[in-house]
Design a protein around this ligand. Structure first.
Ligand code: PLP
Length: 451
């Protein structure tokens, strides 16, 4: 006998007081809750207001397409913010979920299960590192990295090395929302409402080697970088800056932490984006696509850094559970079997070329950035970027805007050239229309097309 969740929700919502009540009897509301407007009303009453969602209700997906409750199909060039690397309904993921859910979902980290060592082996091979801690999310993987850096510095101090407790992070960085990870996240709006967040983080100007050198000292226990900043607007770190961060940390024994949560697991055509630079960090964090849509994160570190952690110092109830590990293994095997790293490089190069061609026809595109299937165009105004995003949604193509003026593409790795063409044709049409609108309204001054 199953629980009628919709009836339960409708009953609870209608129990609310007076004006805030969702209008309708429990029976009719129960069926209406299938529809977007009813769910919006229920969420507005029941959920913490953390999200400003687009008014779309997706109920299923297949390949690179999502479908709404009434069957409208959307091309997904965002993949759940870089999570659904194998798209929707991939048979390897379905099979792993079905088989593992029949066997065992959870045991806690008090006991062994079959999955962790198998995924850890894959992760150490993919990163060139030695030991893995599993978490449930990206922020938690970074939290583990920050704690490791502090513990390692303490160990080094006990061995006579003068390592401090400070972290250096980069302008425009994004490392997550927990108190430690958010402290290393650049934008004030993510940190200030929660002050004081973890103290001891200093921000370095992006790709400014002099600023890095000026701020680095033996007080620093770790430098955090994203080889390609994601939320910060798909900004690749420079070779010179990355090398300087590596050299400085080596000179004192501080850790170099690469946050590969958005750029890792093959999104740039290599397992990790730092591999394009030939630089080996001491710690790597991964999450998003790791288990193809099931929550899983990982902090992977060197044997040397791992000396600082012993049993009981850190842990999690859910992290690295049997289901997430079974699916992560299926993701690794599928990426290899279907040669998806090469595919990401090929289709990503094609996508990049098409974006470059678009930029030559539209002066409003001021930059094209990214590697593999982690791509972006920067437009000359935030209003134009908002407007293009809105028009793309009307044409049933999902992309995302970040850093105000940047339109970001993080499609599933299984994307084909014809999907790229569909996206580019829509962008071309929209940018032509928007330019025409702007030209017809000289008083608006450029691309001030927001509503
Ligand atoms: N680090 C990077 C580079 C990210 O892009 C994100 C999320 O967007 C995070 C960390 C945080 O990951 P999560 O949202 O899984 O906590």
């Amino acid at each position: 006998m199953g629980i009628d969740a919709k009836a339960l929700v409708s009953e609870r919502v209608t129990q609310g007081s007076g004006a805030s009540k969702v209008e309708a009897g429990a029976e009719s509301l129960s069926s209406e809750l299938c529809a977007l407007s009813s769910i919006q009303a229920a969420e507005a009453k029941l959920l913490l207001g953390t999200y400003d969602r687009y008014p779309l209700l997706f109920t299923e997906g297949s390949g690179v397409y999502l479908r709404t409750e009434n069957g409208t199909r959307y091309l997904d060039l965002l993949s759940g913010i870089g999570v659904n690397a194998l798209g929707y309904g991939h048979p390897a993921i379905e099979q792993a979920i079905v088989e593992q859910s029949r066997k065992l979902l959870h045991t806690s980290n008090l006991f062994f299960h079959e999955g962790q060592a198998a995924v850890a082996l894959r992760l150490t091979e993919a990163t060139g590192l030695d030991r893995v801690f599993f978490s449930n999310s990206g922020a938690e993987a970074n939290e583990a990295a920050l704690k490791l850096a502090r513990a390692y510095a303490k160990l080094k101090r006990s061995e006579g090395a003068p390592l401090g407790t400070k972290f250096l992070a980069l302008e425009n960085s994004f490392h997550g929302r927990t108190m430690g990870a958010v402290a290393a996240t650049w934008k004030d709006k993510y940190r200030e409402p929660f002050d004081p967040v973890m103290p001891g983080v200093e921000f370095v100007r992006f790709n400014d080697v002099d600023d890095l050198k000026a701020k680095f000292s033996s007080d620093v226990c770790a430098i955090l970088v994203e080889a390609i900043q994601g939320e910060g607007g798909i900004r690749p770190i420079s070779q010179e800056f990355f090398q300087a961060a590596r050299d400085l940390t080596r000179s004192t024994g501080a850790l170099l932490i690469a946050d590969e949560i958005q750029s890792g697991m093959g999104r740039t055509g290599r397992w990790c984006a730092y591999q394009h630079y030939g630089i080996q960090p001491d710690v790597v964090t991964l999450a998003k696509p790791l288990a193809g849509g099931i929550p899983l994160g990982a902090m992977v570190c060197s044997e040397e850094a791992a000396r600082a952690i012993h049993a009981g110092m850190h842990g999690t109830t859910f992290g690295g559970g049997p289901l997430a590990c079974a699916v992560a293994l299926a993701v690794f095997e599928t990426i290899e079997r279907e040669h998806l790293l090469d595919h990401v490089t090929a289709v990503g190069t094609y996508f990049h070329e098409q974006l470059n061609a678009l930029a030559t026809n539209h002066s409003a595109i001021v930059d094209v950035r990214g590697v593999g299937l982690m791509l972006a165009i920067e437009l000359d105004s935030a209003d134009l970027a908002k407007s293009v995003l809105r028009e793309m949604m009307k044409r049933r193509i999902l992309i995302n805007r970040t850093s105000e003026t940047v339109l970001r593409f993080l499609p599933p790795f299984i994307l084909q050239k014809e999907h790229v063409d569909e996206g580019i044709a829509a962008l071309n049409q929209i940018l032509s229309e928007q330019t025409a609108v702007a030209a017809a309204a000289p008083s608006s001054g450029g691309h001030n097309l927001g509503q």
